[in-house]
Design a protein around this ligand. Sequence first.
Ligand SMILES: CC(=O)N[C@H]1[C@@H](OP(=O)(O)O)O[C@H](CO)[C@@H](O)[C@@H]1O
Length: 502
Amino acid sequence: MLSLEQVRQGLANAGQSHVLQFWPELSEEERDTFLKELSQLDMDGLKYHCEGPERAASSWPDELDENMEPVPSEFIGSVKNSDRSALAEWENEGLMKISENRVGVLLLAGGQGTRLGVQYPKGMYNVGLPSGKTLYQIQAERILKIQELSDRKHGSKCTVPWYIMTSEFTLAPTEKFFKENNYFGLESSNIVMFEQRMVPALDSDQKIIMQDKGKLAMAPDGNGGLYQALVDNEVLEDMKKRGVEYLHVYCVDNILVKMADPVFIGFCVSKGADCGAKVVEKAYPAEPVGVVCRVRGVAQVVEYNEIREITAERRGPGGELMFSAGNICNHFFTRAFLQEVAEKYKDQLKQHIALKKVPCVDMCGNHVTPTRPNGIKLEKFVFDVFPFSRSFVVFEVLREDEFSPLKNADGAATDSPTTARNALLAQHSRWATAAGATLLDEHGNLLPPTASVSAGDNQAARCEISPLVSYFGEGLEKLLRGRTLPSPFILDEKMAKELQAQ
Ligand SMILES: CC(=O)N[C@H]1[C@@H](OP(=O)(O)O)O[C@H](CO)[C@@H](O)[C@@H]1O
């Protein structure tokens, strides 16, 4: 722990002496806690951090938009445009790597879920599926299933370790939740939780905001804090020890995420990529998704709040959006690439600024609950390492099969618990129909095949298939062909056994 003098000096060097202005008023105990917190600050990097907003403003790149171009088609793979045999080849390749224990998944789960309006980690959210499963449970079960599919195909007993990046806000509740739920059937030793750093929020004068007289207003350093966190927590060493060479990195809120998707992994590996991004076609120009593109020939994501409207709206000769590759925060990295980023590039990542309402104390020590954004949070972005890639690829997938994020509370038109729930139920209804089942609605009426399969406001058929039964729709014919399914219908492992026995 640093001494008060060292802290005082460090703060002064960074132009942040005001942080100690209430020190004389603090009790012994409060001083102890505060000094501990201040000791954990990266004093050497503090000045640089606090100058972040100025740098971001002066480098606001108008010419960024002018130099954007779509990723050339030779670096893009696509589910829609590939024939079955290519997809099967990639899938085989991916399953092979998984069966050899060379694939890990890494979840970005340090966010606070402010837009969703919950106080607990987003992964613990239950979107109201018939089974009541949370996002964490769905994801855990997909890992179990993909291990099983790989084992079955290659006669192995494999493990896909699950790395979970949390933050000060999410670590304790996430750990507790996993423990209480018996790690959802996974081996606890194959789940590695680690914490990303927190950084101070700033006011418009680039001064650290005080949350209380003896507490700084801190926020996680963005999902790009991953690279620092990998180093802080020796996660790359753990990966190496386990022989993991390929990572599927994803963010917690997409209910349709395909954990360790063998097709994506197989595609990236077969192209010799060190870094890759899954995308969906953007739904409309202002959709809040980043755009995967090139800037001056270098792969990059331009985030939705950093692209100019006029650029987002640009269209090609056929009327299609020019920048249509919507980032769904599903990335592929080789461990070697992550190692290189950790060693050479992680300190070069750009700081992005977000204006937020940050509860604080004013100069006189009075508590203030702001009604308008008063604070600047500086965040790094996970995709800002793309420019360092030597072999970057893009994989375009179908939105209805792979992307329905949970961002907003119910009542919002998009990305809400209802839209997430309906997207999953619609997908499972499509799988059941394709396997030869007929679906009934809640009143027992027969549904024409098309009525049950799109994610409308009211999902007509409430058909939910456990990931423990099927990962991407496989293996359902033998269970469902020729059957009429009531609504709600939950195909879990128990039901699958019963159907098989009939
Ligand atoms: C820094 C970052 O990863 N931003 C991602 C991420 O945005 P959020 O606003 O953080 O949810 O998820 C979006 C997809 O859900 C993706 O389009 C965007 O680029």
